[in-house]
Design a protein around this ligand. Structure first.
Ligand code: FES
Ligand code: FES
Length: 161
Protein backbone atom coordinates (compact mmCIF):
# COMPACT_ATOMS: atom_id res chain seq x y z
CA UNK A 1 0.00 0.00 0.00
CA UNK A 2 1.02 3.61 -0.48
CA UNK A 3 1.07 5.61 2.73
CA UNK A 4 1.15 9.39 2.73
CA UNK A 5 2.19 11.37 5.76
CA UNK A 6 4.12 14.47 6.80
CA UNK A 7 7.75 13.85 7.66
CA UNK A 8 9.79 16.67 9.15
CA UNK A 9 7.46 19.22 7.58
CA UNK A 10 7.26 17.70 4.09
CA UNK A 11 4.53 15.69 2.43
CA UNK A 12 5.92 12.25 1.67
CA UNK A 13 4.61 8.91 0.49
CA UNK A 14 6.05 5.45 0.73
CA UNK A 15 5.09 1.99 -0.45
CA UNK A 16 5.05 -0.45 2.44
CA UNK A 17 3.14 -3.33 3.93
CA UNK A 18 0.72 -1.98 6.49
CA UNK A 19 2.39 -3.87 9.33
CA UNK A 20 5.91 -2.65 8.51
CA UNK A 21 7.19 -0.75 11.53
CA UNK A 22 7.79 2.96 11.22
CA UNK A 23 11.43 2.61 12.31
CA UNK A 24 12.11 0.44 9.25
CA UNK A 25 10.52 3.02 6.95
CA UNK A 26 12.46 5.91 8.47
CA UNK A 27 15.79 4.12 8.29
CA UNK A 28 15.23 2.08 5.12
CA UNK A 29 13.23 4.37 2.84
CA UNK A 30 14.23 7.80 4.13
CA UNK A 31 17.75 7.07 5.45
CA UNK A 32 16.93 8.84 8.70
CA UNK A 33 19.10 7.02 11.23
CA UNK A 34 18.30 9.08 14.34
CA UNK A 35 15.64 6.58 15.41
CA UNK A 36 17.77 3.65 16.54
CA UNK A 37 16.93 0.01 17.00
CA UNK A 38 17.31 -0.69 20.70
CA UNK A 39 14.93 -3.00 22.53
CA UNK A 40 12.40 -3.02 19.65
CA UNK A 41 9.69 -3.48 22.25
CA UNK A 42 8.81 0.02 23.39
CA UNK A 43 10.92 0.07 26.54
CA UNK A 44 14.10 2.04 25.83
CA UNK A 45 13.31 5.18 23.81
CA UNK A 46 16.13 4.74 21.28
CA UNK A 47 13.64 4.84 18.41
CA UNK A 48 11.48 7.72 19.63
CA UNK A 49 9.83 10.16 17.22
CA UNK A 50 7.17 12.82 17.69
CA UNK A 51 3.83 11.66 16.28
CA UNK A 52 1.42 14.59 16.10
CA UNK A 53 3.55 16.22 18.80
CA UNK A 54 3.52 13.30 21.20
CA UNK A 55 6.35 10.95 21.93
CA UNK A 56 6.01 7.58 20.20
CA UNK A 57 8.24 4.49 19.87
CA UNK A 58 8.68 4.01 16.14
CA UNK A 59 9.57 0.35 16.71
CA UNK A 60 5.95 -0.35 17.67
CA UNK A 61 4.06 1.81 15.18
CA UNK A 62 2.78 -0.01 12.09
CA UNK A 63 2.96 1.92 8.85
CA UNK A 64 -0.81 2.13 8.39
CA UNK A 65 -1.09 4.15 11.61
CA UNK A 66 0.96 7.07 10.27
CA UNK A 67 -1.31 7.74 7.31
CA UNK A 68 -2.09 11.49 7.15
CA UNK A 69 -0.27 12.16 10.42
CA UNK A 70 2.80 14.24 11.21
CA UNK A 71 6.10 12.64 12.16
CA UNK A 72 9.09 14.61 13.39
CA UNK A 73 12.36 12.76 13.79
CA UNK A 74 15.40 14.03 15.62
CA UNK A 75 16.87 15.07 12.25
CA UNK A 76 13.99 17.45 11.68
CA UNK A 77 13.76 18.58 15.27
CA UNK A 78 17.40 19.73 15.51
CA UNK A 79 16.58 22.46 12.98
CA UNK A 80 14.21 24.20 15.39
CA UNK A 81 14.47 26.87 18.08
CA UNK A 82 12.84 24.36 20.44
CA UNK A 83 15.81 22.06 19.98
CA UNK A 84 18.21 24.90 20.73
CA UNK A 85 16.37 25.53 24.02
CA UNK A 86 16.82 21.89 24.96
CA UNK A 87 20.48 21.77 24.00
CA UNK A 88 21.16 24.91 26.06
CA UNK A 89 19.20 23.68 29.10
CA UNK A 90 20.78 20.26 29.05
CA UNK A 91 24.25 21.82 28.77
CA UNK A 92 23.49 24.20 31.64
CA UNK A 93 22.41 21.32 33.90
CA UNK A 94 25.12 19.00 32.55
CA UNK A 95 22.66 16.34 31.42
CA UNK A 96 24.64 13.51 29.90
CA UNK A 97 23.61 12.16 26.51
CA UNK A 98 25.16 9.68 24.11
CA UNK A 99 24.38 8.29 20.68
CA UNK A 100 22.07 5.72 22.24
CA UNK A 101 19.86 7.97 24.38
CA UNK A 102 20.08 11.47 22.96
CA UNK A 103 17.07 11.16 20.65
CA UNK A 104 14.90 9.91 23.49
CA UNK A 105 16.02 12.50 26.01
CA UNK A 106 15.57 15.41 23.61
CA UNK A 107 12.20 14.37 22.17
CA UNK A 108 10.81 13.41 25.58
CA UNK A 109 11.64 16.93 26.80
CA UNK A 110 9.94 18.48 23.80
CA UNK A 111 6.78 16.39 24.08
CA UNK A 112 6.50 17.24 27.77
CA UNK A 113 7.17 20.96 27.46
CA UNK A 114 4.76 21.32 24.57
CA UNK A 115 1.97 20.10 26.85
CA UNK A 116 3.30 21.41 30.18
CA UNK A 117 5.52 24.50 29.90
CA UNK A 118 6.48 24.43 33.61
CA UNK A 119 6.53 20.75 34.56
CA UNK A 120 6.90 19.51 38.12
CA UNK A 121 9.54 17.04 39.22
CA UNK A 122 6.95 14.23 39.13
CA UNK A 123 5.81 15.17 35.65
CA UNK A 124 9.40 15.15 34.39
CA UNK A 125 10.16 11.77 35.93
CA UNK A 126 6.94 10.36 34.47
CA UNK A 127 7.85 11.72 31.01
CA UNK A 128 11.19 9.86 31.19
CA UNK A 129 9.78 6.57 32.45
CA UNK A 130 10.39 4.83 29.11
CA UNK A 131 13.81 6.38 28.43
CA UNK A 132 16.54 3.92 29.30
CA UNK A 133 19.81 5.38 30.59
CA UNK A 134 21.64 4.06 33.58
CA UNK A 135 24.27 6.79 33.56
CA UNK A 136 22.14 9.86 34.26
CA UNK A 137 20.76 10.58 37.72
CA UNK A 138 17.03 11.31 37.70
CA UNK A 139 17.68 14.60 39.50
CA UNK A 140 20.00 15.66 36.70
CA UNK A 141 17.20 15.12 34.18
CA UNK A 142 14.80 17.10 36.37
CA UNK A 143 17.27 19.97 36.60
CA UNK A 144 17.89 19.79 32.86
CA UNK A 145 14.25 19.93 31.83
CA UNK A 146 13.53 22.72 34.30
CA UNK A 147 16.48 24.66 32.89
CA UNK A 148 15.07 24.15 29.39
CA UNK A 149 11.66 25.35 30.56
CA UNK A 150 13.18 28.57 31.90
CA UNK A 151 15.21 29.20 28.76
CA UNK A 152 12.15 28.66 26.59
CA UNK A 153 9.95 30.94 28.66
CA UNK A 154 12.56 33.71 28.43
CA UNK A 155 12.92 33.23 24.66
CA UNK A 156 9.16 33.39 24.17
CA UNK A 157 8.15 35.96 26.74
CA UNK A 158 11.28 37.91 27.66
CA UNK A 159 13.54 38.23 30.66
CA UNK A 160 10.83 38.58 33.31
CA UNK A 161 9.19 35.24 32.41
S1 FES B 1 13.79 0.42 20.16
FE1 FES B 1 11.82 1.29 20.30
S2 FES B 1 11.52 1.67 22.41
FE2 FES B 1 13.41 0.57 22.31
S1 FES C 1 24.11 8.81 28.63
FE1 FES C 1 23.30 7.68 26.96
S2 FES C 1 22.59 5.82 27.77
FE2 FES C 1 23.20 6.99 29.47
Amino acid sequence: MTIKFILNGEDVSVKAEGETRLIEILRGSFKLMGAKAGCLSGRCGACFVLLDGRIAPSCLIPAFQVRDREIITIEGFVQTNEYRDIAAGFAQAQVETCGYCETAKVLAAEALLEQTPRPSRQEILAAYRDVRCRCTEPESLVAGVQAVAGIRQRRLYGRGA
